[in-house]
Design a protein around this ligand. Structure first.
Ligand code: TEU
Length: 564
């Protein structure tokens, strides 16, 4: 018997992520702003997407581009004012677009008033808002930091002769969730934004919020990988359930946690509807596929295998087949560009691979998240010189390698494929000097390929562009509930060239064929006869073969068929 669909707007919606610094500058400071987003809302609506996830726009000294918040109830000056924000929300509502904000509460900025108070004295009322280790207890047990030149998450502060914990940069002290006052502050600020009318939160490193505040020496099980260790805090689910009761349950909103360190074994603890925690979360299994495992972001020596790519997605789909719900993404502001990483951004294969990957995200079961520029196939910028990079992660790791006398040339080669700045270059609107992003020098260099067809103006005018394929494929998802709610069945499991699966809802059956090969391929899938199959969409010409059990795919071709 077919189970009930449990329809939700956030399952059916397509998400468009905007990194506000890089989207559209209207004030002329080289940094994107809220008025810029407003000016592009018709474009966004015209993509067919439903939900915007906005990276942080709150007041911040920008040590980590807004992920270091100094006031949760104010807008960053470079982005505009609260009046601009209210206008954005109103304009989005007029167009039927939903807004999901970033909630960054594992840590604040060290310039937040709470931390400014906390560091003043050991008996300050805000002392216990952060994790402090008094120096008379000796050096604190090792904890690893993402953005610290020494990779040390403890920073000594002379004023009170104590260390504070910062899992990210020294300017991002971790908030102490174990303190009920901190949790109440967070629930209050969430309520502040919900009362304005926003539609949800993407929750930054939510898997890290709970800590063992005794800070024991690392356990035996610790194998040099901090992320799963950080993600396994003792009270994590108590806090999420409390947050749900206190705030989330009162609104019809969407939540998506960023959950590094969470694998399929613990997935349902977050999103099983009966547990009242979150709607979905981002896992990082795919993002780790072509990286060395451990504490680094270094590219793996071996290329990734399609069979592994399929296994990750098939395993995650299976977890949520009966309960919970998944999310699908191939890149975001922390990872290189989709077409450069998972496809092929050479002139020959760029169009097919960019549109094939769009077809993939839009034909899988979880909610698809697209990152600005993905709809026009934006690529990695691959800066040659450290002076072009702005990202704290790249800059601080460069310093570490420099201090240790390591191979800086090899590091820059790595960053050309791995740096977060690849995904942060300004949106490519047209062929003008700064790609239509700004009238002045942008905060991060524009990718020169905006003059070579990778821009909105050119692609809008061309019916066979990546952009117009994206629009058509979004419509295909909307028109076929089986692509949203249907069950997923992997076919050709071990094949290293073609990713094939079916999506089935009631009597409706669809077959998705995705080639990841740079060669033309001819294959067969059991008894499926292509003569009878009805083509729904393809990004290339479809050949009819004389043997109707065979199908052919051009390099990076994607096709969806309705099966009868
Ligand atoms: O990122 C957390 C983070 O570092 C992971 O996404 C990481 O990339 C992954 O675990 C690698 O396996 C979030 C934000 O997205 C990022 O932009 C911020 O810099 C960071 O938190 C700190 O707020």
């Amino acid at each position: 018997m077919q189970k009930e669909l449990n329809r939700q707007w956030w399952k059916e919606g397509v998400v468009y992520q905007i990194y506000p610094r890089s989207f559209q500058d209207t004030s002329g400071n080289g940094v994107g702003d809220i008025q810029g987003i407003i000016s592009r809302l018709d474009y966004i609506k015209g993509l067919g997407v439903d939900i915007i996830w906005l990276n942080p726009v709150y007041e911040s000294p920008n040590d980590d581009n807004g992920y270091d918040i100094s006031d949760y109830r104010n807008i960053m000056e470079a982005f505009g004012t609260m009046a601009d924000f209210d206008e954005l929300l109103a304009c989005m509502k007029e167009r039927g677009l939903k807004l999901v904000m970033d909630l960054v509460v594992n840590h604040s900025s060290d310039e937040h008033a709470w931390f400014q108070e906390s560091k003043k004295s050991r008996d300050n009322p805000y002392r216990d808002y952060y994790h402090w280790w008094p120096a008379e207890k000796g050096t604190p047990p090792k904890r690893w930091s993402f953005f610290d030149v020494e990779s040390n998450a403890w920073k000594y502060d002379e004023a009170t002769d104590a260390y504070y914990l910062h899992c990210f940069s020294v300017k991002q002290p971790d908030l102490k969730w174990e303190n009920p006052k901190v949790r109440q502050e967070i629930y209050d600020l969430m309520q502040f934004w919900f009362d304005k009318g926003i539609d949800g939160f993407r929750m930054d490193v939510i898997s890290f919020i709970s800590k063992d505040t005794d800070f024991p020496e690392l356990p035996e099980s610790y194998k040099g990988e901090f992320i799963p260790f950080y993600a396994n805090g003792p009270k994590l689910h108590d806090y999420l359930q409390e947050m749900n009761t206190a705030v989330l349950s009162k609104y019809d909103v969407m939540t998506v946690g960023e959950a590094p360190g969470i694998g399929i074994d613990r997935a349902l603890d977050f999103v099983d509807e009966d547990r009242n925690e979150l709607n979905m979360f981002f896992h990082f299994d795919l993002m780790g596929l072509d990286r060395e495992q451990g504490e680094t972001f270094i590219m793996a020596k071996e290329p990734w295998k399609l069979s592994e790519f399929k296994k990750i997605h098939s395993d995650w789909d299976a977890v949520f087949a009966e309960k919970g719900w998944g999310s699908m993404f191939l890149n975001n502001h922390d990872f290189p560009r989709t077409v450069s990483r998972w496809g092929n951004d050479s002139k020959t294969h760029w169009y097919n691979s960019a549109t094939m990957l769009q077809t993939f995200l839009l034909s899988m079961r979880g909610t698809p998240f697209f990152y600005y520029g993905e709809e026009i196939g934006m690529t990695n910028v691959r800066f040659n010189s450290i002076s072009d990079y702005q990202d704290i992660n790249t800059k601080n790791r460069y310093k570490t390698i420099e201090q240790n006398g390591g191979d800086l040339g090899a590091f820059i080669e790595n960053e050309k494929e791995a740096s977060r700045d690849n995904a942060r270059t300004p949106m490519q609107w047209d062929t003008s000097e700064n790609a239509g992003f700004s009238k002045t020098k942008p905060w991060l260099k524009v990718n020169p390929n905006h003059t070579e067809g990778i821009n909105v103006a050119a692609q809008d005018a061309n019916k066979d562009s990546v952009l117009n394929y994206f629009r058509r494929m979004v419509e295909v998802r909307k028109d076929h509930p089986a692509l949203v709610y249907g069950s997923y069945h992997l076919l050709l499991q071990a094949d290293e060239e073609v990713y094939a699966y079916s999506r089935i809802l009631g009597a409706e059956r669809y077959l998705v064929l995705l080639s990841f090969s740079i060669e033309k391929v001819v294959k067969t899938i059991g008894e499926i006869k292509f003569e009878k199959a009805e083509l729904v969409i393809s990004n290339d010409d479809v050949e009819t073969l004389s043997n109707d059990k065979l199908f052919e795919l051009k390099p990076y071709q994607a096709s969806i068929y309705k099966l009868h």
